[in-house]
Design a protein around this ligand. Structure first.
Ligand SMILES: Cc1cc2nc3c(=O)[nH]c(=O)nc-3n(C[C@H](O)[C@H](O)[C@H](O)COP(=O)(O)OP(=O)(O)OC[C@H]3O[C@@H](n4cnc5c(N)ncnc54)[C@H](O)[C@@H]3O)c2cc1C
Length: 569
């Protein structure tokens, strides 16, 4: 669509799910299982068949309870990995349902290999192998069976908030340019996490090659921040140790195989399976590089030809670029070590801790709004299977708690004023482009707020400068111009990235210690301080005052309510 007349589509639903990814698909299915009569709408920015983190497939479900593991042992592991900052109730209510969700996936047709005892083939203590190249089409098919209305290529921009309650969302279709007003009793945010807040690790040759899905631009977080939702742990960024250049996950190589990490001198700086945290693996690599002993490698030369072949098969299910990498060089994995490096920071609640502050039913602090998957914070290490469980919990609870009144009426004045705002960039002929503003933001975040270019560290003075610069950039949002509806999407993505970046800076400023290696490093407070900072750092944005109110919440969380007794699955 180019500039011109805008068509308005008004839709009503019982439940609106924003983001038809991993958690969103499962939320739609759960709502239907709970209440087959409820009307569910899924608003998806891309196409539900291949969208979000699972677009290219996966080769493992990284949250699972293999024999010998329990929800409690899973919680212990998560607590260790997150340096004590974790919500017990969220992790336990997720872990207790992992087996059921995996059974469901298998029933829908996901091939899962088994071992000689009939158990799913373990990849590690809490991970199983899957042939998951088609996992996203399988989820999409399940949504289609549920009868939900899927609005593909329709990007949400803002919640509809009336009397402090979330009652739907505004969005537009990136192909037709039509404006969508979806009114709903309950809204579930499953828009994933955020890439593109920081300068990417290949800013010139491949700026859009990010490990995290580049289409997850933090819109779900930003919509919540603007509406005054309580957010948690945005300072606990996630930074991945990945294969250099392809950004392929290193877990595929390192998990279950005895592969050491070595520096350029061939010295082992990390033994395989030595029980150090994910963050420590990255930190140790950065220390080698900064100490002049880089580049660093996963020493795949220890692989047998059989293991090497299996490794390529695993990558074909998730990151085929890795197999092309070897094909391009005419080598096999066991012939040369694989170089590894860190990515830029991401804001994400599935690997990390960042996101909406939710209760055990995945309700946010805004009435009417749920969050699940990477959008929800407080419970890291949930990955794909845990995100699905969370989507299922949210979808079931939303369907359980519908009232007879039906969806609300959205006043015409509200619709008109939002339409004017969203399409305003079409009226500007020579405004700032989205790419210009995005690059400026990423450079600020990289330099002042602990990007890869600064070895992930930052300080009070640097962050104070970042705060000022981001505030200046935010003033330019109303100057952005758009030629067509794809441009328009980029414009609003940049606004969302700016809003999220402003919140991330406040969180980084507030936590005056260094808790997570690489993920959160304050050069001016270089030590972990459990006596003062073993707490969640949360924030609520006050739109009228244009400031963030910071809060602290205890770790642990309320007592576990007893998983299955809630009867969600
Ligand atoms: C490259 C990669 C590999 C991974 N590998 C594994 C693995 O092997 N095993 C494992 O267990 N986990 C893995 N994970 C983690 C796991 O995939 C994620 O934790 C999980 O998929 C997150 O689910 P989600 O529903 O929150 O997000 P997603 O599945 O990403 O879904 C978010 C959806 O929201 C849509 N969306 C975004 N913004 C908007 C908007 N404004 N309006 C409408 N829709 C919007 C997106 O298009 C997308 O469909 C991997 C993650 C990545 C990035």
């Amino acid at each position: 669509m180019k500039r011109g007349q805008v068509k308005v589509e008004r839709i009503t639903a019982d439940i609106l799910i924003i983001g038809g990814g991993t958690a969103g698909c499962m939320a739609a299915v759960a709502a239907w299982e709970t209440n087959p009569d409820c009307r569910v709408v899924v608003m998806e920015k891309a196409h539900i068949e291949r969208s979000g983190c699972l677009a290219a497939g996966i080769n493992a479900l990284n949250a699972y309870l293999n024999p010998g593991e329990t929800p409690e042992s899973f919680l212990e592991y998560v607590r260790r990995e997150s340096y004590g900052v974790v919500r017990d109730d969220l992790v336990l209510s997720m872990a207790v349902r992992l087996k059921d969700i995996v059974k469901k996936l298998e029933k829908w047709g996901l091939p899962i290999p088994r071992d000689e005892h009939g158990n799913y083939l373990a990849r590690g203590r809490r991970s199983i192998h899957v042939y998951g190249e088609r996992i996203k089409p399988l989820l999409a098919r399940a949504v289609a069976r549920s009868g939900a209305l899927v609005l593909n290529r329709t990007v949400a921009t803002d919640y509809i908030v009336m009397d402090g309650r979330v009652m739907g969302a505004f969005g537009f279709n990136v192909r037709t340019g039509d404006f969508y007003v979806v009114a709903a009793q309950k809204v579930i945010c499953t828009t994933g996490g955020a890439a593109g807040i920081y300068l990417p690790c290949h800013p010139l040759s491949a700026p859009h090659r990010t490990w995290y899905s580049p289409f997850n631009t933090g819109t779900g977080y930003a919509m919540g921040i603007r509406a005054g939702a309580e957010m948690t742990s945005l300072e606990a960024r996630f930074i991945a140790l990945r294969v250099k250049d392809t950004l392929a996950p290193t877990g595929t190589v390192a998990q279950g195989l005895p592969i050491p990490q070595v520096n350029s001198r061939g010295e082992k700086y990390l033994e395989p399976l030595k029980g150090c945290t994910t963050a420590m693996r990255l930190w140790a690599t950065m220390e080698e590089i900064q100490g002049g002993r880089g580049p660093c490698f996963l020493d795949t030369r220890v692989l047998s030809p059989g293991q090497s072949r299996k490794l390529k098969e695993a990558y074909l299910n998730m990151t085929p670029a890795m197999v092309l990498y070897w094909a391009n060089r005419g080598t096999e994995p066991q012939e040369a070590p694989l170089e590894v490096s860190g990515t830029e920071p991401y804001i994400v609640g599935g690997h990390g801790l960042a996101g909406y502050w939710v209760d055990e039913r995945r309700r946010t602090t805004l009435p009417g709004l749920y969050a699940a998957g990477d959008a929800a914070g407080g419970a890291p290490k949930k990955y794909a299977s845990g995100s699905m469980v969370e989507g299922h919990i949210a979808g079931s609870d939303a369907a359980h708690s519908l009232n007879r009144g039906g969806p609300p009426d959205i006043p015409e004045e509200l619709v008109r004023s939002k339409l004017e705002e969203i399409y305003a960039p079409f009226k500007k002929n020579q405004g700032v482009s989205a790419v210009e503003l995005e690059t400026a933001l990423q450079e600020v975040m990289d330099y002042y707020a602990g990007g890869i270019g600064r070895g992930y560290g930052t300080s009070e003075k640097l962050l104070a400068t970042a705060r000022e610069k981001v505030a200046e950039l935010k003033k330019q949002v109303t100057e952005m111009s758009a030629e067509d509806s794809h441009d328009l999407m980029r414009v609003w993505e940049v606004r969302d990235k700016l809003d999220l970046a402003a919140a991330v800076i406040e969180h980084l400023l507030y936590r005056r210690e260094t808790r997570w290696p690489c993920y959160q490093v304050r050069w001016d407070y270089p030590f972990r301080d459990d006596r003062r900072w073993l707490v969640f750092v949360n924030s609520i944005y006050d739109a009228e005052e244009e400031r963030f109110n910071m809060l602290e919440r205890p770790v642990g969380g309320k007592a576990y309510a007893g998983g299955r007794k809630l009867g969600f699955m």
